[in-house]
Design a protein. Structure first.
Length: 414
């Protein structure tokens, strides 16, 4: 079978940054990650099982090459001892299992966190590419190129519109749900060539290296969730995670993720100390305008000049939505827009080309459940309702309203 993954750099930067921090501070942690598909695919994912297992075999045969290690070592926030660890590292096939579960796929990675946390992005890229290999490739690529051309036209028109105080900057965050590896490379190459004034980097470390772009990323939910299991009071896990991050990177990688237990609970922990130390915040669930207004109000209460900070939006964006958010906030704060599926898997309207909504999330660490209480209904992933109830109680987060409840009917922010 043609390999899906041919380089261990073909993953998101934040996997390396979280990996280094957890290796240095909590290398003993045991963790479990589970794959979930949240929408209905065009055909049963269980049919992919033999190919998924073959691709996992291929992944577990890979090692970091000297050139790849040299590139990582050249990033100023990557330490030499972490590069030495990666020099010895190889994924262990015994730590990951894929099996059919009804019509679906069950994929579980379980073992030492510093040996299994890297599986996530590769598993998502593998399932996506194998799934879309069954589609009509010529038609899909034609559709994808036409849609990419329309996005480029919209971005070019931005140059003729009135500029805000801060520039519009966008990044590729599309690895985990890409149509294929070659298509992601084509999209990123095209954006870097055609609209370099707007396009500023990619989360894909391999493409950043090969195309001489800035690799983009800091932390994901798994980093903060892990601290729910590390012996600190549950109420203190966010501050403990942020403090370790500050000590690890000492001014680099200063964008904090806000929605592990919701924006309100995050801001309660994001005091003047952290607000000064971190360069900005990343939005990944809930109403983006309401979130941004809360962030700006928080900086104002702390008497911090918002023009010195950055808000990064990364939840379900397309180019038009990114530009609309830019128009709303661009005169008040620095901005960044990480666009994923709508860049790398916008290929057509047929059911066979509809993107999969797949994730692979940490569900347990050190034998106990961990969870995020997303600001968006349906994003919470935890099979322990007792722990979820306790987490909500500790952080004063209301449980989601039942389907059909009027509590779900909110007025969109202006």
């Amino acid at each position: 079978m043609q390999p899906v993954i041919t380089s261990l750099l073909d993953t998101d930067l934040y996997k390396f940054t979280m990996w280094q921090a957890l290796l240095h501070r909590h290398p003993q942690t045991q963790a479990e990650y589970r794959f979930v598909c949240r929408n209905r695919p065009a055909y049963p994912l269980a049919e992919l099982l033999p190919e998924v297992n073959a691709a996992l075999d291929q992944l577990c045969a890979l090692r970091f090459t000297p050139a790849e290690l040299d590139y990582l070592g050249g990033l100023r926030f990557i330490r030499s001892d972490f590069v030495d660890f990666l020099r010895l590292f190889q994924f262990q096939r015994g730590f990951i299992e894929a099996r059919a579960e009804g019509d679906g796929l069950a994929i579980v990675a379980r073992g030492p966190q510093v040996h299994v946390m890297g599986f996530e992005i590769f598993v998502l890229a593998i399932v996506n590419e194998l799934y879309f290999r069954r589609a009509d490739q010529a038609a899909a690529l034609a559709g994808g190129r036409a849609r990419l051309a329309a996005k480029l036209d919209r971005l070019r028109r931005l140059a003729g519109e009135a500029a805000c105080r801060h520039p519009f900057e966008m990044f590729d965050f599309g690895l985990r749900r890409r149509f294929s590896g070659p298509w992601q490379r084509e999209v990123v190459q095209t954006l870097a060539r055609e609209v370099p004034q707007w396009f500023k980097g990619t989360s894909n470390v391999l493409l950043a290296r090969d195309l001489n772009l800035v690799p983009i990323g800091t932390m994901a939910h798994e980093y903060l969730q892990t601290y729910q299991s590390l012996g600190v009071r549950l109420r203190d896990f966010q501050q403990a995670a942020l403090e370790d991050w500050v000590q690890e990177y000492r001014g680099d990688l200063g964008i904090a993720l806000t929605d592990t237990v919701g924006m309100d609970a995050f801001l309660a922990d994001f005091d003047l100390y952290f607000a000064k130390l971190f360069d900005g915040l990343r939005h990944d669930s809930g109403d983006p305008v309401a979130w941004g207004e809360k962030a700006l109000a928080h900086y104002a209460r702390l008497r911090i000049d918002a023009h010195t900070k950055r808000l990064v939006f990364s939840d379900g964006l397309d180019v038009d939505r990114a530009i609309a958010l830019y128009r709303h906030f661009g005169d008040r704060v620095q901005l960044g827009f990480g666009i994923g599926t709508q860049l790398t898997n916008d290929m057509g309207d047929s059911p066979a080309l509809r993107p999969l909504h797949i994730v692979m999330k940490i569900v347990r660490a050190n034998g106990q459940p961990v969870a995020k209480l997303s600001d968006s209904p349906g994003k919470t992933l935890c099979d322990d309702e007792t722990f979820l109830a306790y987490l909500r109680q500790v952080f004063n987060v209301s449980p989601p309203a039942p389907p059909g409840s009027t509590a779900l009917k909110t007025t969109p922010a202006a």
